[in-house]
Design a binder for this molecule. Sequence first.
Ligand SMILES: [Zn+2]
Length: 128
Amino acid sequence: MLTADDVEHCRSQLQQRRAALRAALLEHTRAGDTAQAGAAVEVHDLKDEAFAHTLANLANTELGHAREELAAIDAALQRIRSGNYAECAACGRDIGRERLLVQPGADRCLSCQSEAERSPAARAELRS
Ligand SMILES: [Zn+2]
């Protein structure tokens, strides 16, 4: 089971990732490709590797993925507020502490996740 400290750790991870994604999306909307490359270099100087990586992905038109991830993060933060953060969205069992600490945005336990990834239909459902 997750301790309160674990949840706090996950929440801060999610919020950092959320801020980076939002900033990157904003940057992407505001700037052209050249300006964006400049921003990535500037960010790299700040040693914010994750943010730089996000910007690089966006430059490769991974905009949709960034939006999806942002939505997943928002959902995870909402589950933290509702107190069912560690509950699997598919089977209702505990997602597992190790999994959430590595992947704070996960909304399914490992077995439901691999189940979903095996079937393309279930995968489409996952995204909706
Ligand atoms: Zn499950």
